[in-house]
Design a protein around this ligand. Structure first.
Ligand code: ATP
Ligand code: MG
Length: 598
């Protein structure tokens, strides 16, 4: 195993020091002390709980308590539709609409623990469905509307869906033909003209009262069912409970520095956990204004969204940042981004080049965050008050204990008689693990208890990711355990190679895999997409290879294939397993979350 050399550690990029402005942010003034004294009871005290000590309900904290307090008239959600038209919903209106939806469910006989799915674009009804479902103590499970009928079918069946909220168009195109194969599904409520087999959501909402008293809610009761991104295989259904809110709230405070006067835009669709934890729950729980956009990525539109809505905190993903990096920097300069305090990123490793670009072109720090569907909330972060190390995921948040477990032959944590080893020296590489017990830890993979059990050992949750921690406690992503490449005795993380390739001026994005080789065991192979206007040829290939060799020596790719578009999951991650399967002529596996598939 080759320890990464110190000079490669930062890829030559110095840390970005935070300005005083950030250090005095009211949330963070007492930061070092808060950090030391933090435990999850502190987070519990930030929330109000249901009146009369009747438990903890996410929707109460995100909606009703603001509607019943000084934020009643404040803008809660601004939904921008595809044409750019805006629907503004204040906290009082959100309370009324979600109260109506909860009453609709109650009238349909849908109760605690029942699964309510959504298959909707990012329109107001999606947010009302989510929060109204939680008010009713039913379970909300959002599906990404671009899924094809079969992936939708599989998820509805696995999740025992009783209710589906969708649009007439999506029903006709995707649900009608699978409906009779989902025996648990009793009600399909549609936005738009109802067709046979569906009920009119607007009419139902009109017929019920807007007042709804949230029933007693056990904080341990199931609230959300979220499917993983399917990057490594068939998606799993992760179960989260109302208690998770403690972590949504605390992480939004520490990692995103949210305040009621923030305008917060999370570009992730609620079909992915980021789009629910931070695209619905956390900003509302903080009484901030949540911005949503029904359209997909478009560089000009996105800059306009940021400028026109005076977004102050922006949460997005490396893939989007890489797409912005392909644009002429002039485009950013033409927009007034003066309200924006910083950018946060999650979902994939954030290449140091992207952090440097943010500083240069946006004039803003980009804070990487690490977490998973299973963790429910941000766990490791370059949180706002701390210096950013470009290329690092940051440090564990208050209340989160992370460790790197010694790995065995298969690349995963070595578990011997139920025990694991947790070396503490700096720069060890191990499987990233979290001490169990944080509030947003998933409580199960639905209907897969054995798989769930296998995620835990000796009081640790094993993440399946491999990382390194430097002497100052910053974590550096190496690879998913499945993606680590062993080549001629070296251990190579594709992320490091991809990050170096991206520093070449012609390269837009890279995906790196290990390709079996009789001599080296594996050789490093890179798939590279080029910036617009750059033509692939052998000369360029040699140039990129030479560039990588100079930086990476023996870790540089031995083969490079230019490819206009790399395969991505719908949540924006490079699908290395598919690059590998195609390269080796192997079965492609579950492709339900492949972008562009149906
Ligand atoms: P599946 O589990 O179905 O294969 P997935 O792991 O991609 O899909 P998610 O829960 O959406 O599903 O993604 C979590 C994973 O994303 C992490 O385990 C990690 O591999 C990657 N990831 C998230 N954030 C970061 C980050 N900041 N740096 C590096 N990797 C990250
Ligand atoms: Mg995963």
């Amino acid at each position: 195993m080759k320890p990464p050399a110190e000079d490669r550690e930062l890829h030559g990029h110095p840390p970005i020091h935070k300005t005083r402005e950030f250090a005095v942010s009211p949330n963070l003034q007492s930061y070092p002390d808060t950090y030391k004294s933090f435990d999850w009871d502190v987070a519990r005290d930030w929330l109000s709980g249901l009146p009369g000590g009747r438990g903890l309900n996410i929707a109460h904290e995100a909606v009703d308590r603001h509607a019943d307090g000084p934020l009643a008239d404040k803008l809660a959600i601004r939904c921008v539709d595809r044409t750019g038209a805006v629907t503004d919903i204040n906290y009082t209106e959100l309370k009324a609409a979600t109260g109506r939806f909860a009453n609709v469910l109650r009238r349909l006989g849908v109760g605690s623990g029942d699964r309510v799915f959504s298959l909707l674009g990012r329109i107001p009804e999606l947010y009302v469905t989510a929060l109204g479902t939680l008010k009713n103590t039913s379970v909300f499970s959002p599906l990404f509307p671009a899924f094809g009928p079969e992936p939708i079918h599989d998820r509805l069946v696995l999740g025992d869906a009783r209710v589906l909220v969708t649009s007439t168009e999506l029903y006709t195109r995707k649900i009608a033909r699978i409906r009779d194969r989902i025996p648990s599904l009793e009600h399909v409520l549609v936005v738009g003209e109802p067709v046979e087999g569906t009920e009119d959501l607007e009419q139902l909402m009109f017929e019920v009262d807007e007042d709804f008293e949230i029933p007693d809610t056990d904080p341990e009761s199931m609230a959300l069912l979220h499917f993983t991104s399917g990057t490594t295989g068939k998606p799993k259904g992760a179960v989260h409970v109302h208690e998770a809110l403690l972590a949504h709230y605390a992480s939004a405070r520490y990692a995103l520095d949210l305040h009621p006067d923030d305008v917060f835009w999370c570009t992730a669709d609620p079909g992915w956990v980021t789009g629910t934890s931070y695209g619905i729950i956390a900003p509302l729980a903080h009484g901030a204004t949540l911005l949503t956009d029904a359209a997909e990525f478009d560089a000009k539109r996105w800059y306009r969204m940021l400028a026109d809505n005076r977004v102050s905190v922006w949460y997005t993903a490396p893939t989007a940042i890489r797409m912005l990096m392909r644009q002429n920097p002039e485009l950013a300069a033409r927009h007034d981004l003066s309200a924006l305090r910083f950018v946060a990123s999650v979902g994939e490793p954030l290449n140091p080049e992207a952090v440097v670009w943010g500083q240069r072109v946006l004039g803003l720090p980009i804070h990487d965050n690490w977490w998973q569907t299973e963790t429910g909330a941000i766990m490791i972060s370059n949180y706002v008050a701390m210096d950013i190390r470009p290329g690092s995921m940051g440090r564990p948040l208050p209340g989160v204990e992370a460790g790197l477990l010694r790995r065995g032959e298969d690349g995963r944590a070595l578990v011997t008689d139920g025990r694991v080893e947790v070396p503490t020296e700096a720069d060890q590489i191990g499987e990233l693990a979290l001490r169990t017990g944080w509030p947003s830890m998933f409580r199960g993979y639905l209907h897969e208890p054995r798989r769930y059990e296998h995620c835990f050992a000796d009081g640790w949750y094993l993440s399946g990711d491999v990382a390194r921690r430097d002497a100052d406690g910053y974590y550096w992503f190496v690879a998913r355990a499945d993606d680590v490449i062993k080549s001629a005795g070296h251990l190579i993380g594709p992320f490091e190679v991809e990050s170096v390739l991206m520093e070449h001026p012609a390269v837009a994005e890279a995906g790196v895999i290990g390709k079996p080789d009789p001599v080296a065991g594996n050789l490093v192979k890179a798939f590279v997409s080029l910036r617009p206007g750059v033509e692939p040829d052998d000369q360029l290939r040699l140039d990129v290879m030479g560039f990588a060799r100079k930086r990476l020596g023996g870790l540089a790719p031995k083969e490079i294939t230019f490819q206009a578009n790399l395969p991505h999951t719908r949540s924006g991650k490079v699908m290395r397993r598919l690059l590998k399967a195609r390269e080796l002529g192997l079965a492609e596996g579950d492709l339900s979350t492949l972008e562009g598939s149906s």
